[in-house]
Design a protein around this ligand. Structure first.
Ligand SMILES: Nc1ncnc2c1ncn2[C@@H]1O[C@H](COP(=O)(O)OP(=O)(O)O)[C@@H](O)[C@H]1O
Ligand SMILES: [Mg+2]
Length: 262
């Protein structure tokens, strides 16, 4: 059993992993198949369903950073740039993939104009690393139809990072955070699919992203879903509320970085 995940039981068997499958699995495998024909080469290969009904994916070698404390190397600028470039490469790769319905473990969504199939949780805890390089991205079954900004906001939250202040992030300053945001936006690149000209709206999108995650967990916990109740018990939703306060507190600095991305 591989550690680190919250929602899925994952076991490794040789060069494969086996994950709980569901109604969403055929579409997720179709997406992974689509990606194999593109230059986004960080996703696992979909290898079908095993005799126990679990999905079979190629095992991505490397280190994972699911459990805190985070290693200090995780926050190197170079890795931030790699993550932003990887997300941009993913968004370009997925642009031509337009399923009628986007199925995920959280339900279904439908692509509107300007939407892409977003990964929806493009964060360090869903990546593999080797010698300071980003080598893989897993956990593809939360995908949703949304504008690329949806994933970009998650990247900003999780990878800048914009977590609530804590001892582990004591090195972080508002100016340093703004500098990393400029770096991230430059590496991602901005074009018509993700316009950043309205700095206030961009920071609001990041706040909305954290808030929507927080209220989504609380809603599912209230509905009695055990994993979400555990996330709430473990303090994740409180952390998110504190992250929102933190983002608001440095908002002008962040907006300045968005206005001058280079
Ligand atoms: N394709 C993969 N290759 C290597 N490890 C994987 C792969 N998929 C999942 N894992 C491992 O299993 C753990 C949980 O998987 P994940 O897909 O993130 O599930 P969850 O939905 O619970 O977050 C990850 O932290 C990672 O260690
Ligand atoms: Mg995960």
């Amino acid at each position: 059993m591989l550690g680190g995940g919250n929602l899925t039981r994952v076991v490794r068997i040789g060069s494969t992993v086996r994950r709980t499958a569901g109604a969403w699995t055929p579409m997720v495998h179709e997406l992974l198949d689509h990606l194999r024909g593109t230059d986004f080469d960080l996703a696992p290969e979909a290898l079908g369903i095993d005799e126990q009904g679990r999905e079979v994916l190629s095992y991505l070698p490397g280190d994972t950073v699911a459990d805190r404390p985070w290693p200090r190397w995780l926050w190197h600028d170079d890795l931030l740039v790699q993550a932003a470039e990887a997300l941009a490469r993913y968004h370009r790769a997925v642009a031509g993939y337009r399923p009628a319905v986007v199925s995920s473990r959280l339900g279904t969504t439908v692509l509107g104009a300007g939407d892409v199939v977003c990964h929806n949780d493009f964060a360090p805890y869903n990546c593999t690393f080797s010698a300071g390089r980003l080598t893989g991205v897993f956990d593809w079954d939360l995908v949703c139809a949304a504008p690329p900004l949806h994933d970009l906001a998650q990247l900003v939250w999780q990878w800048l990072p914009l977590h609530a202040p804590c001892e582990e992030l004591a090195w972080r300053t508002p100016e340093g955070t703004a500098r990393r945001l400029r770096l991230l936006l430059h590496a991602y690149g901005t074009d018509d699919t993700c316009r950043l000209d309205d700095a206030g709206r961009f920071v609001e999108a990041v706040i909305d992203r954290v808030e929507a995650t927080r209220t989504g967990i609380l809603q599912r916990a209230a509905d009695g879903e055990e994993v979400f109740r555990r996330l709430e018990r473990e303090g994740h939703t409180e952390d998110m509320a504190r992250a929102v306060d933190f983002i608001r507190s440095i908002r002008p600095t962040l907006e300045g970085a968005v206005l001058r991305p280079r």
